[in-house]
Ligand binder design. Structure first.
Ligand code: GLN
Length: 387
């Protein structure tokens, strides 16, 4: 038989999603794949129950139901100050995962280069490979996870078609400052490069840090494809509701790519989520407070147990240092951790371009009682030294 496609030959499955399966196998507390174990806001689930009776149950307009796009445009206008046109500047997608893939296919040709910061969320390299693009990795240097502007400019000098910007950042928890974003903007203009953002953690930011939407920087809206989703903001990761916001010139093409990839996001779920898009600003303030409490609880627990870690500025992940266990493979460490301690984490190596085996990623989007039980188990790990 003929070989399968060459573009998939270098692929592994997603390490993040594999860790969820390993977690289930060992009945561990799953702090690997980032999703909540608590319910979405009651107003949203109640609305979903109503829609089970009333519908819609058939396709929405391929680039998103009209009322969903209008509600989304209104909400994002409030947070960004941009005059977003719901008809011309939005594509609703199956999660931000599809949004990012559509963005990549919309701007890049096979052989084009795309800048990706490392560490990075593993989908970005897969998206580049699927689109036939070649990633140029620019390091975010630990422990602060900042980029060197000269190294970044050297990457721009290779004339990339796009840069992928995850902000707030998964897995390192950076919230890029205005000054850092300004540097990216200067290069984007100078080297005529598109910016594809992943801003799914836009509402999960810890004081004193604040999120700046890249598209709001002077002159940047025209070259920015802003991708985000409702998954994290409303605790509905399984609903797969994401979107692209971009200028009409880009959205016209993105609509076609999306249409032929998936036709559309689930119509009843779009309808049910509209109520969330109308929530007052206090909802987002409360969400940030809930996650601030979880972050503080979790990092205090890690500190009390003596587990070295990075303090995130945004998103809901913590990178912890496991150097003292002298594992050659962080993948093996995470499997042993799930089996013997009952906590699942993601091996750090899956996020870095350079070889790294001393970091693992926990997420803390869990009920406080779940986090406390996980911390008890990690404390035991620390006391056992070997496990
Ligand atoms: N963003 C989540 C994570 O990094 C997972 C998203 C997904 O699996 N689609 O864990």
């Amino acid at each position: 038989m003929q070989n399968l496609s060459a573009r998939t030959a270098g692929f592994t499955d997603s390490v993040i999603r594999r860790m969820t399966r390993i977690s289930l196998q060992y009945n561990a507390i799953n702090l690997s794949q980032g999703f909540p174990d608590f319910d979405p806001p009651a107003a949203i689930s109640t609305r979903l129950a109503e829609i089970a009776g009333s519908g819609p149950h058939q396709y929405a307009i391929t680039w998103g139901a009209q009322n969903f796009r209008e509600a989304l445009a209104q909400k994002q206008r409030t947070f960004t100050g941009l005059p977003i046109d719901p008809d011309k500047e939005i594509v609703v997608t199956c999660g931000s995962t599809e949004a990012m893939m559509v963005a990549m296919l919309t701007v890049s040709n096979p052989g084009d280069k795309v800048i990706v910061f490392s560490p990075f969320y593993e989908n970005y390299s897969a998206d580049a490979i699927l689109a036939g693009a070649e990633p140029i990795y620019v390091p975010l240097n630990p422990p602060e996870f900042r980029f060197d502007p000269d190294v970044l400019e050297a990457a721009f000098k290779q004339h990339p078609k796009a840069l992928i910007l995850c902000n707030p950042s998964n897995p390192c928890g950076r919230v890029f400052s205005r000054a850092e974003l300004d540097i990216i903007a200067v290069y984007a203009k100078k080297y005529d490069t598109y910016i594809i953002t992943d801003e799914v953690y836009e509402h999960i930011v810890y004081t004193p840090h604040t999120h700046t939407y890249f598209a709001t920087l002077p002159g940047m809206f025209e070259r920015t494809i802003s991708c985000s989703s409702l998954s994290k903001s409303y605790s509905i990761t399984g609903w797969r509701l994401g979107y692209i916001i971009a200028p009409e010139r880009i959205v016209e093409t993105a609509k076609k790519v999306h249409d032929f990839l998936t036709v559309g996001a689930a119509a009843p779920l779009q309808e049910a989520a509209i109520i969330g898009l109308h929530f007052p600003s206090s909802y987002y303030y409360d969400l940030a407070n809930v996650y601030t409490e979880k972050r503080n609880l979790f990092i205090k627990g890690l500190s009390d147990a003596g587990i070295p870690h990075i303090i995130p500025e945004g998103a809901y992940y913590v990178l912890a240092d496991i150097s003292e266990y002298h594992y050659e493979s962080d993948v093996q460490f995470c499997e042993d951790l799930a089996r013997n301690i009952g906590v699942a984490a993601v091996p750090g190596s899956s996020f870095f371009k350079t070889p790294v085996n001393h970091l693992i990623r926990f997420h803390f989007a869990k009920k406080n009682e779940t986090l406390i039980e996980a911390l008890n188990r990690l404390d035991l790990m620390k006391k056992l030294k070997h496990f």
